[in-house]
Design a protein around this ligand. Structure first.
Ligand SMILES: [Zn+2]
Length: 269
């Protein structure tokens, strides 16, 4: 394996990404009960402004993946994300699992998602994160056909890599992990107890240290409705401070990491 090549002498990279699922997390499952949906509304109304303030104070730019339904129902949220200098990427329409769709349905949703986000964010999305991190056999081909730069879905590496050419294009993959996601720890489904923030933070710090030692990318995935509760925001603040004060770690939105990786790999297609 060739050594990772990060810019400005960095030995590793780190990205803070947020999936703004809001109400769609339950709408996708046919739930319309108001209290359940209100947990998603919390993400937009209470959590997002605090997260944007935290990022601004830390002088960090992040990536936000926003379902088209959420963007249309909460246009000010998209406006505020963009005003903070952050990236907006695709995350389905109503958080539907693309693995349940046929190719035509999936493409229709992707095209709608690009149209809505381009209109509301003022810029065409470059990245795609599948709802629930499940791809169909058609997903990567559709992303290539519609001009995406990168996917952030796979869980097989600690570094970005290039997918094989498909539809004449090579997509950059920026891998994720359930370990670096807040949902497995903090999403309450009634099946098991919510985890306390302290031990979860400790796990993330240790994972970050390990990936940094391996010269990889720590790609955190948070959900405003989960990480935005005050006890967990304190945990996010500590995490951000720790990463910022770790020497030679490049913190960037995924679109910048993708562009760098493509350039460093010498691939233009
Ligand atoms: Zn999601």
């Amino acid at each position: 394996m060739t050594a990772p090549r990060w810019p400005r002498g960095a030995r590793a990279a780190c990205a803070f990404t947020f999936d703004l699922d809001a109400e769609t997390l339950w709408l996708a499952r046919g739930v319309s009960e108001p209290v359940t949906l209100s947990q998603g509304t919390f993400g937009v109304q209470e959590a997002l402004p605090r997260i944007l303030a935290l990022l601004r104070q830390a002088e960090i730019t992040a990536s936000f993946f926003v379902p088209a339904w959420v963007a249309e129902h909460h246009p000010d949220a998209v406006k505020n994300i963009v005003a903070g200098g952050h990236e907006v990427g695709c995350h389905g329409d109503v958080h539907e699992k693309v693995s349940d769709l046929d190719a035509a349905q999936e493409e229709k949703i992707l095209v709608r998602s690009i149209e809505v986000l381009t209109r509301l964010a003022g810029r065409r999305p470059l990245g795609y994160r599948a709802p629930a991190w499940q791809l169909s056999p058609h997903t990567l081909g559709l992303l290539a056909r519609h001009g995406f730069e990168y996917s952030s879905n796979m869980m097989d590496r600690l570094n970005p890599y290039l997918h094989a050419a498909i539809e004449g294009r090579r997509l950059v993959e920026i891998p994720v992990s359930w370990v670096l996601d807040d949902a497995p720890f903090f999403l309450f489904s009634g099946q098991r107890a919510i985890q306390a923030p302290g031990p979860v933070l400790q796990g993330w710090l240790t994972e970050f240290e390990g990936i940094t030692a391996a010269r990889g990318i720590t790609n955190f995935t948070f959900h405003p409705q989960l990480i935005g509760r005050p006890s967990r925001l304190a945990c996010l603040r500590e995490l951000v401070d720790h990463v910022r004060h770790t020497p030679r770690v490049w913190i960037a939105p995924l679109a910048e990491i993708s562009a760098h990786w493509r350039m460093a790999s010498g691939v233009n297609a």
